[in-house]
Ligand binder design. Structure first.
Ligand SMILES: *Cc1c(COP(=O)(O)O)cnc(C)c1O
Length: 341
């Protein structure tokens, strides 16, 4: 198969239209057979549920070329599970998990020419999503839905090395207790746009959100979970019902224990403790881990000993090990790597 003639290393995180995408429609109480299409556009009624009451959710995962030239995806079953849970919370018909994984494979296979080569640093990003498609004017769940997966090649996340970020503690809340913080709903991102634009204007890369009820505990950023390393080398991550369960973060906790022999614990983390940690990172599919060098709380600065020049040493080990597994350089735990044949 001939690869597309793209300058892989200079791609950003943007939309590049590829050839095939997957579509399935839900109507009369059931999902249809579903299949690939070349049509990248969607025609919707003006009153579609998604347009009026934001009934939409999504997922994100990647396909990689391994060192030995295989094309693989990373734990797509967990994206299928999470989208299932998300759909239930939004009164949308969950998409069957086995069909989700099959659709991921079909989209990657059909767009294999867009999967960046090993060593380019670029990857193929997959975006599964679902939305209410029939007219809804009284507030209620739609009765018809569309599930889609498209893919787009994205460039190396860290061009010229991973530079530690500076975050600020936000005055906005990301998620209410018992709200929708733990599901991947589009609405969670709509309401985070104003806080992130404000943070960027003030010179910060991301917001650190605290728990909405007490504003004493660390939750997450707009789109990534926190990992901290204590001064005695233990990996800790916040536990909360209003955090989105990141697949990257859950995988890194296993990597810490099983591959690096570190203690790793998910527990409530008070903001007061943050100043005592040695390292901090943000985890998500896009970057795996982005190192954090500094957090500013209303003028009060917390600087991590790992500094503003490079990733902390344990963060780096976690990053190298997980990316090693994804790129086929290290043996994966059972079921983590799903090959596209
Ligand atoms: C998607 C997402 C993450 C990262 O999850 P991954 O499965 O690791 O990509 C973290 N926080 C929020 C709010 C998210 O929407």
């Amino acid at each position: 198969m001939e690869k597309k003639d793209l300058d892989w290393a200079s791609l950003g995180f943007g939309y590049v239209q590829t050839e095939q995408r997957y579509v399935s429609n839900f109507k009369d109480g059931k999902w249809d057979e579903g299949g690939l299409t070349t049509d990248a556009n969607i025609v919707l009624n003006e009153c579609a549920g998604v347009l009026q009451y934001a009934q939409t959710c999504f997922e994100g995962l990647k396909a990689y070329t391994t060192e030995d030239g295989r094309i693989v995806t990373f734990r797509p079953d967990l994206n299928a599970d999470r989208m299932y849970t998300t759909a239930q919370r939004l009164e949308m018909p969950p998409f069957p998990k086995d069909k989700f994984v099959e659709a991921v494979k079909a989209v990657v296979k059909a767009n294999a020419a867009y999967v960046p080569p090993y060593g380019s640093g670029a990857t193929l990003y997959l975006r599964p999503y679902m939305f209410g498609s029939n007219p809804v004017i009284g507030v209620k769940p739609a009765t018809e839905y569309q599930f889609r997966i498209f893919c787009t090649p994205v460039g190396p996340y860290f061009k010229g090395g991973a530079k530690p970020l500076t975050l600020c503690v936000s005055d906005f809340d990301r998620a209410a207790p018992h709200g929708t913080g733990n599901i991947k709903a589009g609405l969670n991102y709509a309401m985070s746009l104003h806080p992130i634009v404000e943070a960027h204007k003030a010179g910060y890369a991301e917001n650190m959100y605290l728990d909405a009820a007490t504003r004493t505990k660390v939750e997450e950023t707009g789109g990534a979970n926190f990992l901290f390393v204590t001064k005695d080398g233990k990996v800790v991550t916040p536990k909360s019902n209003s955090i989105l369960p990141s697949i990257t973060r859950r995988s890194l906790m296993i990597v810490a224990k099983e591959y690096l022999g570190l203690e790793a614990e998910e527990r409530e983390i008070y903001f007061d403790e943050v100043k005592d940690f040695a390292e901090c990172g943000l985890c998500g599919t896009a970057a795996v881990i982005s190192p954090v060098g500094k957090i500013v709380d209303h003028g009060k600065e917390i600087s991590f000993p790992s500094g503003m020049d490079e990733m902390g040493p344990i963060t780096k080990k976690l990053y190298d090990t997980l990316t090693g597994i994804q790129m086929g350089r290290l043996d994966p735990p059972e079921g983590w790597i799903v090959e596209i044949d």
